[in-house]
Write a protein that binds this ligand. Structure first.
Ligand code: RM4
Ligand code: MN
Ligand code: MN
Length: 404
């Protein structure tokens, strides 16, 4: 189906695309794997310099990834000047985005961090978050993104209500320590690494914790963190109406928290999420400009950079399709209670080829209309593979990476 100017003119669509910025994760450029092992890639980034170079390169070809998320312990060693890292990001044409504390790897966190029955673990977590806030200030980031591995493995292991209260206490304290203008994002996950109960298991708990933490705390929806069959777009619509949607971690899944490429398993579900965001903006006068769109993927087998470019362009395509929903027609069909006509409004937009429109948008921004082809033609991967192998050899380190 051809693009209909009547639904949304190009200028309006292109303005929407200009606003649609996606943050790449530093850890998405590093070697990752599963608990069964890692398959190393010569071109994978193993230093923050290399990760920033990769993130800058993705932005150079896509034009929509101006920030990179960092995981504090993986990207900042103790004593390293965070402002130097921010300067390095700027040199690569990007900025440091969300700051992700690491509240799960220290031995002290065996029974949790903020919810641990061990007061030393709570104090350690609190100190780490204060350090993260200081890093955020130094790099001029306004997002503190919290994910907890807290939970228990066996019924009776700890008191669920007491743990809930510990989490409330920690989040309130950390919220109060944030400077004005900083937002705290609270992520949820139904299970893993804890297998019996997770302290922030779903969006409702994240909502309650964020609400009680203070006005600058919002919910982060990681698309992979739901039980099978969960209607994610409904959660998104609900949170938007409550003005509690802080952002997303993009990835796709088939079984659990698989961290696969966004839209690789169910692109229609991603489209439906974007559709609810456009509904909130266009029908319900919600400000959707502050939503933080972030990628949280683990490219275990795909070449890292290609996987990231594929993710970002897929997100743009699905967002464009959601912008193309004929909302006047949809309203009319809903008013007439004609289910088939209403559903067809969504299907028609979803099956529209967004690629030519995105090619035009890219040309307008002096970008190559085909970011993947342009990236491949640049020879970046072959070049950095050689450089990074040499530099790892010179430093006497094996390829590795940050996590899993
Ligand atoms: C979790 C979650 C967090 C990510 C950690 C490493 O499953 O998605 O966002 O930072 O993994
Ligand atoms: Mn996540
Ligand atoms: Mn995850």
């Amino acid at each position: 189906m051809a693009f209909q100017e009547t639904i949304m003119d190009r200028d309006r669509l292109f303005a929407r695309l200009d606003e649609f910025k996606i943050e790449t994760p530093s850890w998405g450029f590093a070697d990752t794997g599963t608990r069964f092992g890692k398959f190393l890639q010569p071109a994978a980034a193993s230093t923050i310099d290399e990760k920033l170079a990769d993130a800058g390169t993705v932005h150079k070809y896509t034009g929509c990834c101006p920030t990179v998320a960092v995981h504090v312990l993986w990207d900042f060693s103790v004593g390293v000047d965070a402002t130097a890292t921010a300067a390095l990001a700027a040199k690569n044409g990007i900025r440091i985005g969300s700051i992700n504390p690491n509240l799960f790897q220290d031995q002290l966190y065996k029974f949790g961090s903020a919810c641990s029955p061990d007061e030393r673990a709570i104090a350690h977590a609190g100190q780490h978050v204060m350090d993260c806030i200081a890093i955020a200030k130094a790099v001029k980031s306004d997002l503190l993104s919290l994910w907890f591995a807290d939970g228990t493995n066996y019924p009776g292991q700890d008191d669920l209500t007491t743990r809930k209260r510990r989490m409330h206490g920690a989040l309130r304290q950390w919220h109060d320590a944030m400077p004005p203008g900083m937002t705290m994002l609270v992520e949820y996950k139904p299970f893993e690494p804890a297998f019996y109960h997770t302290d922030i298991a779903d969006w409702g708990m994240a909502y309650a914790f964020a609400r009680s933490a203070g006005p600058d705390a919002k919910v982060l929806v990681d698309t992979g963190h739901h039980l099978q069959g969960q209607n994610i777009e409904h959660i998104v619509a609900f949170l938007l109406d409550e003005e509690m949607l802080g952002g997303f971690h993009f990835n796709d899944r088939k079984y659990a928290d698989d961290d696969l490429t966004l839209g690789s398993i169910d692109p229609y579900a991603v489209f439906r999420i974007f559709h609810e965001i456009r509904n909130a903006a266009e029908w319900h006068e919600k400000d959707v400009s502050k939503i933080a769109y972030m990628v949280d993927q683990s490219h275990n087998l795909k070449p890292k950079m290609e996987a990231m470019i594929q993710t970002v362009t897929t997100a743009q395509e699905l967002y464009t399709k959601a912008c193309l929903v004929d909302r006047a027609k949809l309203r009319d069909a809903q008013t007439r209670m004609n289910i088939v006509d209403a559903e067809e409004c969504l299907r028609t937009a979803f099956f529209t080829d967004a690629k030519p429109l995105l090619a035009e948008w890219r040309k307008k921004h002096n970008l190559d209309p085909d970011p993947m082809a342009a990236y491949r033609a640049s020879g970046y991967e072959t070049r950095v593979a050689k450089e990074r192998e040499d530099s790892r050899a010179a430093r006497g380190v094996r390829a590795g990476g940050s996590y899993a």
